[in-house]
Design a protein around this ligand. Structure first.
Ligand code: ZN
Length: 475
């Protein structure tokens, strides 16, 4: 007898979408197919009129991390115990956070500390990208192969410090020599580069110039972190990666130019992928002028309507593989602390809304297929970042991470729809379709607005990337 069976739902699989049953035995999916009434289960969920998709994967979160935009405030983001509650409600069953390694740190020690921080403190499954920051000693790079073997195959680098050097902040940028070295090590050991790509010369010069001209109000962020900066950096990173034979995953792609660079590289058969944020696809630089406008900001910056169109085009057809949040959960007061181009709080609060927003704006409003919806919210992140086929797909043998989404829920989101912090940038947004039931490895963790999961349900998931992903654009 199975433990759980979901009957009568529209089940979204890579082979198609159909009115199938999903049977669950323990933590895994045991059966997907035409309903067989003779199959008995401990519990039955009737999903008539609902859509059953793989549990969401949030590929880009920063929980419990020091806020570098306002270093003097001493503030950090909320931790996994708080933010992953929202992920559970929003249909996200796995997230990828970061373990940043600075020159003064030992890489393995840094990873151990991050793992210890999450243990027993997450409602959903997790792993970490390894972030390489600043002028790291070259011996640190020799540990990349070992980390990949231990199940951490993605390495994040910044091509820019993002913000100007004052007030004093740790350096984020790696020089291109060190990025090249990381790429060589990553390529050799079947890992992938995760890149925040902006042209540091242009960004830093723009800060200097705007300060000189007295144009430091935050509504100018898109003129400092520009489309051209994204264009130059994406192209330079792609050229470097081509030489090193490395796969690349660009985080928070914000501009038409970024999408074009990725599409062109993929056209040449290079293993280049990018994510965008639902914030970037749905807000523009005009929104900075609104009373709570900086709620929508994430570095690099919000851009223009033509960029939003390109991001949607990439999401719906090809070129933009995943949707992420750059989750940076803070209070509203913290998010609105800075109002200048050099101190608006970065990151965003939106992992809880991600699945529902992409369903509404992609599937309902823009004709995205249900299969593509599953790809950009789950499957592609799983494949590119090494969680597949354990995660990201409804198939026998895979973890029973599932979301029952109700397309009949039509509402304007209010504060009460959210379960993290004291605000959401998505308050006031109209949605059609919202997650109703979230299942993590066979356990129902959220059911019709009720949290049934517990801290500690979430586990560290070791990752390994399919070599096909690393050789050609395969997701
Ligand atoms: Zn980030």
């Amino acid at each position: 007898m199975l433990d759980l069976i979901i009957r009568n739902g529209e089940v979204v699989t890579p082979q198609g979408v159909g009115r199938w049953s999903v049977g669950i035995d323990g933590e895994r999916i045991a059966y997907v197919g035409i309903d067989d009434p003779s199959i008995a289960a401990g519990r039955t969920i009737d999903a008539r009129g609902k859509i059953v998709v793989p549990g969401g994967i949030e590929p880009h979160a920063h929980l419990d991390i020091f806020d570098l935009t306002n270093p003097d405030s001493g503030k950090s983001t909320l931790g996994p115990e708080e933010d992953t509650r929202g992920m559970a409600f929003g249909g996200t069953t796995t997230h990828l956070d970061f373990c940043f390694v600075e020159p003064s740190m030992e890489m393995t020690r840094a990873v151990e500390e991050r793992i210890a921080r999450w243990k027993s403190n997450s409602f959903v499954d997790y792993s970490f990208h390894i972030g390489l920051l600043g002028a790291l000693p070259l011996r640190v790079f020799d540990q990349i192969g070992e980390l990949i073997k231990q199940g951490f195959p993605s390495f994040k680098v910044f091509t820019t410090d993002v913000l100007p050097p004052h007030p004093k902040r740790p350096r984020l940028r790696l020089d291109f020599g060190r990025i090249q070295l990381a790429m060589e090590k990553v390529a050799k050991n079947d890992g992938i580069m995760v890149v925040h790509a902006e042209d540091d010369d242009l960004v830093q010069f723009n800060y200097e110039r705007f300060a000189h001209e007295g144009r430091t109000e935050g509504a100018n962020l898109h003129l400092v972190h520009t489309k051209l900066s994204e264009c130059l950096a994406f192209e330079r990173v792609i050229r470097l990666a081509r030489d090193a034979g490395s796969a690349v995953y660009f985080v928070h792609t914000s501009a038409l130019e970024g999408v074009e660079a990725v599409v062109e590289a993929r056209g040449h058969g290079l293993p280049v992928y990018c994510e965008t944020l639902h914030h970037y696809a749905l807000f523009s630089a005009e929104d900075y002028k609104k009373p709570r406008g900086f709620c929508y900001h994430t570095y690099p910056s919000l851009k223009y309507p033509e960029d939003q169109r390109a991001l949607w085009q990439g999401l719906i057809s090809d070129g933009v593989s995943t949707t992420a949040t750059d989750e940076f959960p803070t209070t509203l007061e913290h998010k609105l602390l800075g109002t200048r181009i050099d101190n608006v709080t970065g990151g965003n609060l939106g992992a809880e809304a991600r699945m529902g927003i992409i369903y509404t704006e992609g599937v309902v409003k823009r004709g995205m297929t249900l299969q593509r919806f599953a790809e950009v919210t789950s499957t592609n992140a799983a494949r590119i970042l090494g969680l597949y086929p354990r995660k990201g797909v409804i198939a026998p043998g895979s973890d029973a991470d599932l979301v029952v989404l109700d397309p009949a829920i039509k509402k304007t989101l209010t504060r009460e729809d959210f379960h993290v912090s004291d605000y959401s940038p998505w308050e006031g947004w109209r949605v059609e379709g919202w997650p109703l039931i979230t299942i993590l490895r066979g356990k129902v963790i959220v059911d019709h607005g009720q949290l049934l999961g517990r801290l500690g349900d979430g586990q560290l998931i070791p990752r390994k990337i399919d070599p096909v992903i690393l050789r050609r654009p395969a997701s």
